[in-house]
Design a protein around this ligand. Structure first.
Ligand code: SF4
Length: 459
């Protein structure tokens, strides 16, 4: 009963967040940086921030996350972090020899006002950055936005620093995923591959944060988008950005920098979400949908039709990042489930909230939506109006335990379950997995609560 003091009486709060449904910007920037091959993320701030960012990613992905820090002490906090960053750049290239250093700022260095491009220019002038090596940066003040904002900022930095246009268009389609699992990135790539679409995905954390155990430590794993590919994104015939808050900024920047037209879609979660992605890919690349995808789609439709009776009418509370929440809510509504309490901690704008409201407009129930909102409010809503299921990150488990509600872990962070880095919830196959997870916890609950008389062998 860890949250037993949560009151049922809801009071309007403007200046206080309790149990935030988000983490800080640099975590997203660090995650995005790991999706570049040969890149060492660098946290420009104190060791405390850096340790938190690394440990959050390590605990979620169950993989060692490498990064560097400017290691601010009192002096840097007062006089600025230039000397620390210059020393870091020198040390990093000398000791670890990455192809790229991706610098993100923290609250402290942002408040001081460190000018990263100026410091990097000085590092180059002082000979601390070898020729052929890159240093990119993103400003990621954590007193605005969330880990999704930081991710978006760093992905846009990849465009700002690397995308070039030679004037000769290729047949490739750029795929920009939002803040999703490495397994989701791999599934999105697999769909493009079976459709025969040449693509460049950036960032790409598959085989980086879900790589194989080989017995040999590699500081820079096989995966990640190569610098060469990042340069070539400017020559691609189009871009598909998956998620407005995580991927849209980079796609728009690429359009204005290199005239690569972009389409912004929801994350491919569920039947309609995946259909939209597959169809856009088909049209953009001028290909046909292969039998293997039609088979997977048909299997998903079969699962929906077989399992619908168990899902119909179930009331759900959803917490997560904006792109995840919107796509997930659409999927739940399409299954005739009722997402009645919806919270995202990341700011996403009025248009986003309107889109969410439209999705749930016809479910036949009053729906609570708060973006940005926090977990305290989410818990209060549930106390006043209980649900059958909670879908959200690991922090939801305290609410689920206190209120005795089945829960499916989804989103970021997931600290207390395994497999999310390896098993996608995107695409047709991912939708089946997600439904299976939902059905599993609902049926486990039914079994748990059954009496000797009502216990069913076949449910
Ligand atoms: S001080 Fe800012 S950047 Fe550092 S961990 Fe806290 S929120 Fe994140």
């Amino acid at each position: 009963m860890l949250l037993r003091h949560t009151p049922t009486e809801i009071k309007e709060r403007k200046a206080l967040t309790v149990n935030p449904a988000k983490t800080c910007q640099p975590i997203g920037a660090m995650y995005a940086s790991l999706g570049i091959h040969g890149c060492l993320p660098h946290s420009h701030g104190s060791q405390g921030c850096y340790a938190y960012h690394r440990s959050a990613l390590t605990r979620h992905f169950k993989e060692p996350v490498v990064a560097a820090t400017s290691a601010f002490t009192e002096g840097a906090s007062v006089f600025g972090g230039q000397a620390n960053l210059l020393q870091s750049i020198d040390n990093i290239f000398t000791v670890y020899n990455p192809d790229v250093i991706a610098v993100h700022t923290t609250c402290l260095s942002e408040t001081i006002g460190d000018d990263i491009p100026q410091i990097v220019a000085k590092a180059r002038a002082d000979g601390k950055a070898p020729a052929g090596k890159y240093i990119i940066h993103a400003n990621t003040p954590s007193y605005v936005g969330s880990h999704v904002t930081g991710y978006s900022n760093m992905v846009k930095a990849m465009v700002d620093y690397f995308a070039t246009s030679t004037g000769a268009k290729t047949k490739a389609v750029n795929l920009i995923p939002g803040f999703v699992e490495p397994s989701d990135m791999a599934e999105i790539q697999r769909i493009a591959e079976v459709m025969g679409v040449p693509y460049i995905m950036f960032p790409d954390t598959s085989k980086v944060l879900n790589g194989p155990l080989t017995g040999k430590y590699k500081m820079f794993p096989e995966g990640g988008t190569t610098i060469e590919d990042l340069h070539m994104t400017g020559d691609s015939k189009g871009t598909i950005a998956l998620g407005r808050t995580g991927a849209m900024a980079a796609a728009r920047a690429l359009d204005s920098k290199c005239k690569v037209p972009c389409e912004i879609l929801d994350l491919p979660i569920g039947l309609q979400g995946t259909d939209a992605f597959v169809d856009k890919l088909r049209l953009m690349a001028g290909v046909n949908v292969p039998d293997v995808l039609n088979l997977e789609r048909g299997q998903l439709v079969d699962c929906i039709s077989d399992w619908h009776q168990y899902l119909y009418g179930k009331r759900v509370g959803v917490v997560g990042d904006p792109d995840q929440v919107l796509a997930l809510t659409k999927f739940l509504v399409s299954l005739d489930m009722k997402p009645v309490h919806i919270v995202s901690g990341s700011p996403a704008g009025k248009k986003y909230v309107k889109a969410l409201e439209e999705v749930v407009a016809d479910i036949g129930e009053e729906v609570n939506i708060k973006v940005p909102g926090d977990m305290l409010l989410f818990h209060q809503w549930i106390k006043n109006d209980p649900v059958d299921l909670i879908i959200g990150n690991t922090y939801c488990k305290y609410i689920a335990k206190d209120e005795d509600i089945p829960m499916v872990r989804h989103g970021f962070p997931i600290y207390d379950r395994m497999g999310h880095s390896y098993f996608s919830t995107m695409g047709y196959r991912g939708a089946m997995r997600l439904m299976e997870q939902i059905l599993g916890v609902l049926m486990d609950r039914q079994d748990r609560d059954a009496t000797d008389i009502t216990m069913e062998l076949v449910m």
